[in-house]
Design a protein. Sequence first.
Length: 201
Amino acid sequence: MAKFRSLARQVRDPRRTPTQRRTYLRRCLERFAPYGHRATWDHLASRAGFGPQDREPDPARLVAALEELEEARDVWFAYEAEFAARRKREKFYGVRQPGALDDWHRLTWGGNGVAWCDDPSVHPSDRLADVLARIITAIRSDPGTVCPVCADSRIHWRAGLAHLPAAGPVCAGCGIVVPEPVLTPQALLEARVQDRYAMRC
């Protein structure tokens, strides 16, 4: 299976047809898709100005979408390198039991589903790199009560997600599944209470 950089070169290759270049960009999302494959594709298409179903988009727009994806990938992989170095230090000092952040990070290793959007048409509109930077900042900070991406306080617990974990806190504002470690226990409890209340209504 081709690596991300090899696929990215094909997206930029002027000898390829627009349809081929589109296919290679879609295949890049098999390697790195922060919102999930379909939601990340919808996001890139809307930001670059081509239709998600457009079979022959302007190659310049495909390259613009690729550049946004690459920028976000660089941001996330820099964080993952820091994360790996921290875990190595912790293991050296005998801290073998992973915490809640480590459990969440294990499910998003490689950047797939970092900010999972269960509804592919509902996702943040800001640049991917900015969204990931906000999540990383939240991870490094004390837990809060709002979405780290859009600062919306309307967070609802949702079961039956098409991603692991199969249930979690979802932001009503931007649609991401909020990483549990960035929310306070009280915020998580309120999300669950709202979910139970909604089920009774």
